[in-house]
Design a protein around this ligand. Structure first.
Ligand code: 9D3
Length: 239
């Protein structure tokens, strides 16, 4: 997969892309991620990328000119157009189903905005989809773009080591990436930590019993902490 990111703050992407799974996936050629600065496509003396909204109102709006020029440059860097996605608070809520859908693409072009928003002709002219990562206000689309990249890349074949991917296989009980249930409680050494003991069942060696216990724990925690996940609508959506 190739992912292009258009942003006014390319440096923000450097650190998140240089660790762990995202780093390894790039090194192994599973994904190529290119970050392009929209400001490089300004033509005026002040490298202006925003302007006042027509009709008045607070804040500034991203101008269409530099973004279109940037997009048209980036678009030509690879054969497929793929999916063109604006990160905006108005978008559809990003979730695991959307991550799986995007992971099936050859290419993504993510556009992160700043200021109060994009000139509407950007969305229309680029025929872009919109994605929001949740109902809270960020300072721009960059962190949202990184969230999408993180969630999508780990789904690409080979991106996870064997150890990680095994968790998602059909033999795991209770929670996995396709399940609407929360994770069961996990323990590692020592057997007793500050007076708190690992549940006996996990030390019993009875794998059928352990599987059943984990399943019950997943269900109970979901009931207690995320009952919304057990709503019929949600169950259907995730399958
Ligand atoms: C005054 C109305 N505000 C909309 C809620 C203006 C506004 C605030 C913050 C416009 C853009 C932003 C910056 N946010 C994003 O670019 C963004 C975002 C977010 O704020 N929350 C969740 N997902 C996303 S994706 C991009």
């Amino acid at each position: 997969m190739r992912i292009d990111v258009l942003t006014l703050f390319p440096e923000m992407f450097e650190s998140p892309l240089s660790y762990s799974i995202l780093k390894r996936a790039q090194e192994q050629g599973i994904v190529a991620i290119a970050v392009t600065n929209i400001r490089d496509f300004t033509t005026d003396k002040y490298h202006k990328v925003d302007d006042k909204p027509y009709g008045g109102g607070p804040g500034m709006v991203m101008m269409p000119g530099p973004l279109f020029d940037c997009f048209e440059h980036v678009e030509k860097l690879a054969p497929h157009r793929g999916r063109v996605i604006l990160l905006t608070p108005q978008g559809q809520r990003f979730n695991q189903a959307k991550a799986r859908e995007l992971a099936a693409e050859e290419r993504l072009i993510l556009i992160a905005g700043r200021y109060e928003g994009f000139d509407e002709r950007i969305r229309i002219g680029l025929n872009a989809e919109q994605i929001s990562i949740g109902d809270y206000v960020l300072n721009g689309g960059e962190l949202a773009a990184m969230v999408v990249i993180d969630a999508v890349v780990r789904l690409l074949p080979g991106a996870l080591g064997d150890e990680d991917s095994a968790k998602d296989d059909s033999f795991s009980v209770g929670a996995n990436d396709h399940s609407p249930l929360l994770e069961y409680p996990q323990y590692t050494r020592p057997e007793v930590f500050r007076g708190m003991k690992v549940p006996d069942i996990l030390l019993s060696g009875d794998h059928a019993k352990i599987a059943q216990w984990r399943c019950e724990q997943s269900l109970e925690r979901t009931r207690q902490w995320r009952p919304d996940l057990l709503d019929a609508g949600d169950l259907g959506e995730r399958r």
